[in-house]
Design a protein around this ligand. Structure first.
Ligand SMILES: [Ca+2]
Length: 155
C-alpha cells in the first residue's frame, strides 16, 4: 500500500485570537489550512514524521523504506513550508532506522533516531550547523550493550 507523507502548508495556517478590552472574553476563529504538500514524494512507506521550524525554515524528518530498508530521510523548506527540497538520507545504514525526532535552534538542527542493530537498539544522532545544508556523520550516543534497548528518543 502506498502511503504518502503530507504536510500542511504552514504559511496558510491562520489562527487568530482576540481579547476584549476587559480581558475577560477570548475569541478564537476557526483555523484555516492551505493545500497539503507531499514532502516525501516517493513510492515507499513514509511514516513517523517529526517537524521543527526556525524562522522561515521548516525541517522535516521521517522513516522511509524507499531506499530498501528503514532509513531516516530529511527534507527542508526555506519558504515557510510552501515547497520542499529533495529528501536526503541521514541514516544510510543496513539496519532498520526508525522513530526520528528533530529540533532546530537558530541555524543548528539536531536529529536523533533509533538504529535497530542485530543485537540491540541504539540512539543515533546527527547535527547541522548551517540550517540543514549539511549534517555531521552519524554518532551512536547511547553506547553498545546487549543490555541496551533504547527506544523512541525525543528532542
Ligand atoms: Ca537504515
Amino acid at each position: 500500500m502506498r502511503r504518502l507523507l503530507t504536510l500542511l502548508a504552514l504559511t496558510a495556517i491562520s489562527v487568530m485570537f482576540a481579547v476584549s478590552g476587559s480581558g475577560r472574553t477570548v475569541r478564537a476563529e476557526t483555523p484555516v489550512f492551505g493545500d497539503s504538500v507531499n514532502v516525501s514524494n516517493n513510492v515507499g512507506i513514509s511514516q513517523d514524521p517529526s517537524i521543527a521550524v526556525s524562522g522561515s525554515i521548516v525541517h522535516v524528518v521521517w522513516r522511509d523504506n524507499t531506499p530498501g530498508n528503514g532509513e531516516i530521510l530529511y527534507a527542508r523548506s526555506v519558504d515557510n513550508g510552501e515547497t520542499f527540497g529533495t529528501p536526503i538520507n541521514l541514516s544510510n545504514s543496513t539496519n532498520s532506522s526508525r522513530l526520528p525526532s528533530v529540533v532546530a535552534i537558530g541555524e543548528t538542527v539536531y536529529v536523533v533516531w533509533i538504529e535497530d542493530t542485530p543485537d540491540f537498539y541504539q540512539v543515533s544522532y546527527v547535527k547541522s550547523t548551517n540550517n540543514g545544508d549539511t549534517f555531521t556523520s552519524q554518532v551512536n550516543v547511547s553506547g553498545e550493550s546487549d543490555d541496551l534497548n533504547a527506544w523512541a528518543p525525543m528532542l
